[in-house]
Write a protein of this length. Structure first.
Lengths: 308, 821
């Protein structure tokens, strides 16, 4: 794969949200959510054909607002979550919701790609992840390898564990954890560990990375000052249970062993140029242990890193 | 006249008697002339003819008178001569006649003499004939006398021996016995002699017993002892046994001395454990001033590890143990080796046996002594006064030479040298650790000096002043940053020099071991140059790097000013100090590089790398501090519902102030650096995004759904291919580059924070105002002002993009607000 030229795909709008669709086992598929304050936002479904090294795309409309985070259900490839900003009357509200893709998006796109660009189909809302008490969701995490019934949302300084019922049309908070400390702490991102029976969660706030035990909803480890500047995103190695990767505004990608958080296992510092710095998102697809960076807002490229 | 005449007369007489044959040849030449009246070939005819022919009458007359006169005088001369000779002849005749008479008389007397002699011979023969008998008798008698005296000696021997025994005069007894022994042995078949022999044996056995007892008791002095041994040897005691006894005796005494030495070491370990660390440290802060009188100062306070200092200890060891050992060796060799070689014992291989025993003995004891010395040296950890140790080692080494001289084959000297080498190597290690701890202490001092707040008046006469003292005195470095740097580097350099001087003592000319090949070669190159100097430089670089690695992302545990200062220090090392130190070392120690040594360039590269890393880290830390301010200011504000901007936000002023104070701080240590030429209206520049008509087109286009992305995409693609800006790239060693790096990081963070927010109309306008303000002040710090323009453009552009109602503020209004605030 390294031999091939990078595959580049352009979007109309700026985008910040990217995820791999793990429920889709036949293809390597990514979902991208766009950010536009003035137009209807879109979700781009991108299939990467690694045999031919080409990309197929489909577009769905996400009218609720600009997408800050996107998550695909591990069980149902038609279900996804987004965190989005809704602007109304000089107020910006961050919400989280569970959506279902229209059943016929694939067929529609196949018939006439041009039409789909002009008249894209709209997502169907399943439920809001809103219990009335917590707002400003930063991200929504699906239980990895789960049955698509449990999600965690990170809202301000709370981590909320939701149970989705009745085909995901109803959501209730089953438990929650709160980040305590001085100042206005706020989760910026997180990842649900696929190891240990999916009982662990890692979150990032400012420059710190924290691990949580979901059974007791208590903190199990904390990497203070994991990065010199804000931690943008993190992810678990799908093959090695204690290994964690993180990236931050200091232009570094670090690899951690959560059993010994004093020092990173490895630090990559090659991302020191303009485009890549703050917007990288680590994503492991389950066919390849590689990292896919979302680079400059509307340019998607794929970089392969062997993270061993 | 008279004399010449006389000579002439003699000459003529000679001529007459045919003497003086050899003179003739000369005279012949002139006397061949027949006219020469004096010549032998005178021809009167020719002469007369010639006269007659040539002369006048008067002349002839004169000639004649002259001639007559001459003839007359000649005649008288002749007469005189004849008379004289006659007289002589007469007296000679008289003498001969007289002699004839005398000889006759003498002959008669000689005859008388010979007759007398014959008579004497007869008498003498008759006398000796009569005396013959008596002579033989006397000879016999004297022989008997001597024999009798010998016999008397023998008979008296037992009594005499007993008396000697009583008087303890063993030597005399042995001497007497030796004299009698052979005779007694020879005549032992005679009963009387047998008795004497037995008596003697019994007494001598007793004597030997007594001697052995004395020997065993060991109370006697070495001299007595050796006398004992000598006597016993003479009494045919087995030499091997004696050797063993002698050595074991000597051993017991030497061991006592060793124990006394050991007693000086043992009581201390507990005390040393407590007191050691403070003693080991070099005087740190005081060293900066006068490092030359450092060493004496610490030397004055004795090492607390033991009661006696090392020199005293070694002295005692030398004076007591080594000299006793030498004494033992000498007397042993005299007794068993030198002595035995001449005597009859040589045949029994005794010298070989004895020297083998001696070697084993010396090796064993020396090993114990060495282990003691080594223990003592190991306790010598205070690096204060090296001269004491060197002198002690020198004495130690020097005194061992004596042993070597006595025992040429012994390994003692070699092992002693090894101990000295080990001690020297150990010492070098201690100096390295002392240097390292000195360096770390100095850093702590610097850190404290940096942390101590300076009076506001003392800080920055530079650009920082007009922004108010608060920022300048808080995080900012005091103006003494260059002073701190110079005093730090000077004190380190001085410390290195004084350590080198101390170590140099090991190779001083008057030290005996300094001419060993180890101290000439390996000690200088591997020991001093590599393990001390090079390792220290490496340590400096490494510890500097650790400031970047450890403190790295864990926040600013290291004050930024320290990073800056260390970076400058490393850079100075790279440019000059390392070369200087190594040249100094090589010169002082005349290092000859037999083995490969670390080249200067490698060290310089390492130092440069450390300096670069430190400076980069400094940029990151300072950038992070400003970034945090900007981030907080963006994140904590509700940008949608903000009011119309009236002022520049305070945080922007703070950013400019901090940047200015960093600029001052860096300017204290680093040169200005080059920057691109400023355009004439740098601070007045407006943001192209908003002033150009293109901007309008961009927003107008945005409202057309059919082509929502043209201009955006175009501008993005344009950016993709425009010059890339490395945010966290390495900086150069100058002020402008450092400040540029910090500003890049800060503005980039600002940009990224803005992109995460949503703005209302006034929010956007506030960003415009802030950016314009930054533009007004920051351009002067950076190498390329376009960089600031570009980043600020991006910020304003991004906030416009994230704006719900993008209505930019009038440029003129922005300018008014900025100039007011």
């Amino acid at each position: 794969m390294e031999d091939d030229a990078p595959v580049i795909y352009g979007l109309e709008f700026q985008a910040r949200a990217l995820t791999a669709q793990t429920a889709e086992t036949d293809a390597i598929r990514f979902l991208v959510g766009t950010q536009s304050l003035k137009f209807d936002n879109q979700i781009h479904i991108i299939d990467f054909d690694d045999e031919n090294n080409i990309i197929n795309k489909n577009v769905l409309l996400h009218r609720a607002g600009e997408i800050w985070h996107i998550g695909a259900s591990p069980a149902d490839k038609a279900v996804l979550t987004t965190c989005y900003n809704k602007t109304s009357d000089s107020r910006v509200v961050s919400c989280a919701a569970v959506w279902r893709m229209p059943s016929d998006w694939e067929t529609g796109s196949n018939e006439s790609p041009d039409d789909s660009a002009h008249n894209p189909q709209t997502l169907e809302l399943l439920c809001h992840l809103d219990d009335g008490a917590h707002s400003n969701a930063a991200c929504v995490l699906w239980e990895p390898m789960g049955d698509g019934k449990r999600v965690i949302s990170l809202a301000d300084n709370h981590a909320l564990l939701w149970d989705l019922q009745e085909s995901s049309t109803q959501a209730t908070v089953s438990s929650s954890a709160t980040l305590e400390g001085k100042g206005q702490l706020k989760f910026t991102s997180g990842k649900w560990s696929p190891h240990h029976n999916c009982s662990q969660l890692a979150t990032a706030n400012d420059t710190a990375i924290r691990g949580w035990d979901l059974r007791s909803m208590s903190q199990i480890y904390c990497i203070e000052n994991a990065h010199g500047q804000l931690v943008r995103d993190l992810d678990f190695n799908p093959n090695r249970q204690y290994y964690l990767a993180s990236c931050g505004d200091d232009c570094k990608v670090k690899f951690w062993d959560v059993r010994n958080v004093q020092e990173p296992v490895k630090t990559l510092e090659e991302h020191s140029h303009w485009w890549r710095m703050p917007l990288c998102t680590c994503t492991h697809t389950h066919t390849h242990t590689h990292t896919c960076y979302l680079e400059k807002k509307d340019i998607l490229a794929e970089h392969i890193h062997n993270c061993r | 006249m008279e004399s010449s005449r006389k000579r002439r007369v003699h000459g003529m007489l000679k001529l007459y008697y045919g003497m003086n044959e050899e003179g003739k040849a000369a005279e012949q030449a002139k006397s061949l002339d027949p006219c020469d009246i004096n010549g032998p070939h005178f021809d009167h005819e020719v002469f007369l003819n010639k006269l007659r022919r040539e002369c006048s009458l008067a002349e002839l007359m004169d000639q004649e008178t002259c001639m007559v006169k001459q003839i007359r005088s000649l005649d008288s001369d002749m007469q005189t001569l004849v008379y004289e000779n006659y007289n002589k002849f007469i007296s000679a005749t008289d003498t001969i006649r007289k002699m004839k008479n005398d000889f006759k008389k003498m002959e008669d007397e000689m005859d008388g003499l010979s007759a007398n002699m014959a008579a004497i011979t007869d008498f003498s023969a008759s006398i000796s004939g009569t005396l013959q008998d008596q002579h033989a008798q006397i000879t016999k008698l004297s022989g008997v006398h001597t024999l009798l005296r010998k016999l008397q000696f023998l008979f008296e021997l037992p009594a005499r021996l007993n008396k000697c025994l009583e008087l303890q005069a063993f030597a005399q007894a042995v001497r007497s016995h030796r004299r009698a022994r052979c005779v007694l042995q020879q005549y032992s078949h005679l009963p009387s002699f047998k008795g004497i022999q037995d008596d003697c044996h019994a007494i001598m056995d007793k004597l030997a017993q007594e001697l052995r007892q004395k020997f065993r008791d060991g109370g006697s002095s070495a001299k007595d002892l050796s006398e004992c041994v000598e006597l016993l040897l003479q009494l045919d005691e087995p030499a091997e046994e004696l050797c063993d006894k002698f050595l074991s005796h000597a051993r017991s005494r030497l061991e006592l001395e060793l124990q006394a030495l050991e007693a000086e070491i043992t009581p201390c370990p507990s005390a040393s454990a407590v007191k050691d660390p403070p003693a080991r440290r070099l005087p740190s802060a005081a060293a900066a001033g006068s490092p030359t009188d450092n060493l004496p100062k610490t030397g004055a306070t004795p090492s607390p590890t033991s009661n006696t200092d090392i020199l005293e200890f070694i002295d005692r060891g030398c004076n007591e143990f080594v000299s006793s050992l030498c004494l033992v060796i000498t007397s042993y060799q005299e007794l068993f080796i030198t002595h035995a070689q001449t005597g009859e014992l040589a045949s029994k291989n005794i010298p070989q046996m004895a020297s083998a025993k001696l070697n084993a003995f010396v090796d064993d004891l020396a090993a114990r002594y060495f282990s003691l010395v080594e223990r003592r040296i190991q306790e010598e950890k205070g690096v204060g006064d090296n001269s004491l140790l060197v002198r002690a080692l020198d004495r130690f080494h020097r005194r061992l030479q004596a042993v070597t001289k006595l025992l040429p084959g012994s390994a003692v000297a070699h092992r002693g040298t090894e101990i000295v080498m080990r001690a020297a190597t150990e010492r070098v290690k201690q100096y390295l650790s002392a240097l390292q701890s000195f360096y770390m202490d100095s850093l702590t001092d610097v850190r404290q000096a940096l942390a101590t707040p300076r009076l506001a008046g003392a800080s920055g006469p530079g650009g920082g002043a007009h922004f108010g003292g608060a920022a300048a005195s808080g995080r900012d470095a005091p103006t003494s940053l260059p002073e701190l740097l110079s005093s730090l580097s000077a004190s380190i350099l001085n410390q290195i020099k004084s350590v080198l001087a101390s170590v140099h003592l090991f190779t001083a000319k008057d030290i005996t071991f300094s001419n060993k090949p180890y101290f000439k070669g390996e000690f200088c190159s591997q020991g001093v140059r590599e393990s001390l100097v090079v390792n220290f430089i490496k340590f400096v670089c490494q510890s500097s790097r650790q400031f970047c690695d450890n403190a790295g992302d864990k926040g600013g545990s290291t004050p930024p000013a320290l990073l800056l200062l260390l970076s400058r220090l490393c850079l100075d090392y790279e440019t000059s100090t390392i070369t200087y130190i190594l040249t100094l070392t090589d010169e002082q120690f005349l290092v000859q590089h037999h083995s490969p040594v670390t080249p200067v360039t490698t060290l310089c590269a390492e130092a440069r790398e450390a300096a670069q890393k430190l400076l980069n880290h400094y940029v990151k830390v300072q950038g992070l501090i400003i970034s945090q301010m900007l981030r907080k200011s963006v994140e904590t504000r509700d940008w949608v519902n903000t009011i119309e901007p009236r002022n520049v936000r305070a945080v922007m002023k703070r950013v400019v102030e901090d940047t200015t104070s960093i600029d001052v701080q860096v300017g204290l240590l680093y040169e200005e650096g080059v920057r691109k030429a400023h355009s004439s209206d740098s601070s007045k520049r407006t943001f192209s995004v908003y002033s150009s008509s293109r901007q309008q087109a961009r927003y107008a286009a945005s409202y057309t759904p059919s082509a929502p992305m043209d201009t955006n995409l175009l501008s993005n693609i344009h950016k993709l291919f425009s010059e890339r800006i490395d945010i966290f790239s390495s900086v150069e060693f100058n002020k402008v580059s450092v400040i540029t790096g910090i500003i890049k990081i800060s503005l980039k963070t600002f940009l990224e924070c803005v992109r995460l927010r949503t703005f209302g109309r006034f929010g956007l306008q506030q960003i415009q105002v802030d950016c314009h303000y930054l533009q007004m002040y920051l351009w002067r710090f950076v190498s390329d002002e376009n960089l600031v323009h570009f980043l600020l453009d991006e910020i304003v552009g991004s906030s416009a993009h994230r704006c719900l109602d993008p209505a930019p503020m009038e440029q003129s209004v922005i300018e008014v607000i900025c100039e007011r605030g």
